[in-house]
Design a protein around this ligand. Structure first.
Ligand code: GUN
Length: 296
């Protein structure tokens, strides 16, 4: 293996330390404590784990965590009423509605009912539009975490060829916007892209966000490229459950210049950036200076 392995776990711990230090100053100097409300509808086991981790890390950073766990048959009217109540609550600076929602609920309607200033996921249509036009917004957590690691590794990204594999609203599209904002030449590839391997081999920065286990292999990686693996896929290997990314780590690491592992790469950065976004939302709500380097 020749690639540098980018340690997302350590990077995320550093982000949390900076968030906690700023949160402590806010409390001391202004008597303000950031609050994050997380809404979970139903019993999806993976979502329950995420929500628990979010709650623990929120409190560890000195913020207040509000958890709303609703039954899977909650009506749309009740969920909308809860979102509106959280919008109006001055103790709540960030609101996250855990996705996916049960099928009878209109996710777009619910997300677009969140006050955009409290939309710490950056999924509200206003934030999507602000990001797309290069204006100050709330930035989706996973792409924000990827950008922080890329900036840390490269310094300037200007002029680099970036290929994002995956066109989801949560990762692929905002990732492409952020890379464009940092003056990369950006290609979005997807399941219908012709000769995906050749497109990927043109990338100085290759971001894999397709949700297919180990589909990006070493022969698709340009020598020396930086590979960011957003995938989290549960597979069975030798009779055991294992987490793997969208990148075949062993073959890609033999060619890449730098690569994020799974687990321990992008994953930990998502919650760290959620905490950073909550702090940013709180500072904006109170007209206080935002922390440096924790948003774009
Ligand atoms: N489900 C999986 N990841 C996420 C996320 O980043 N935000 C929300 N709201 N739901 C998710």
């Amino acid at each position: 293996m020749s690639a540098v392995v980018i340690d997302g776990k350590a990077f995320a711990a550093g982000v949390r330390i900076r968030v906690a230090a700023h949160v402590a100053r806010l409390a001391e100097e202004h008597g303000v404590v950031p609050g994050l409300a997380v809404v979970l509808v139903g019993q999806d086991p993976a979502s329950q784990v995420y929500v628990r981790n979010k709650g623990v890390q929120t409190v560890e950073c000195g913020m207040v965590s509000f958890e709303h766990k609703l039954s899977a048959d909650t009506s749309e009217a009740d969920l909308l009423a809860l979102v509106r109540a959280l919008n109006a609550d001055p103790k709540v600076h960030g609101i996250l509605v855990q996705l996916p929602l049960p099928g009878h609920l209109n996710s777009d309607l619910i997300i677009n009912t969140i006050d955009p200033a409290k939309d710490v996921d950056g999924f509200h249509i206003s934030n999507v539009g602000l990001l797309g036009t290069g204006q100050k917004s709330m930035v989706p957590c996973t792409p924000l975490g990827c950008l922080m690691m890329l900036r840390d590794h490269h310094g300037s990204l200007a002029g680099l060829n970036a290929v994002v594999v995956g066109r989801s609203n949560i990762v692929g599209k905002p990732m492409a916007q952020l890379l464009l904002g940092d003056s990369c030449t950006v290609t979005i590839a997807h399941s219908r892209t012709k000769d995906l391997a050749a497109v990927c081999r043109g990338a100085d920065i290759l971001v894999a966000a397709v949700g297919r286990a180990e589909m990006i292999t070493g022969d698709m990686v340009k020598p020396g490229a930086t590979v960011i693996d957003v995938g989290i896929n549960r597979v069975e290997r030798d009779g055991r459950a294992k987490l793997v990314g969208d990148v075949d780590f062993a073959s890609a690491a033999a060619v890449a210049g730098a690569i994020t592992p799974v687990p321990g790469g992008v994953g930990p950065m998502t919650i760290a950036c959620l905490l950073a976004n909550t702090l940013t939302a709180c500072c904006r709500a109170h007209g206080l200076p935002e922390p440096d380097g924790l948003t774009v």
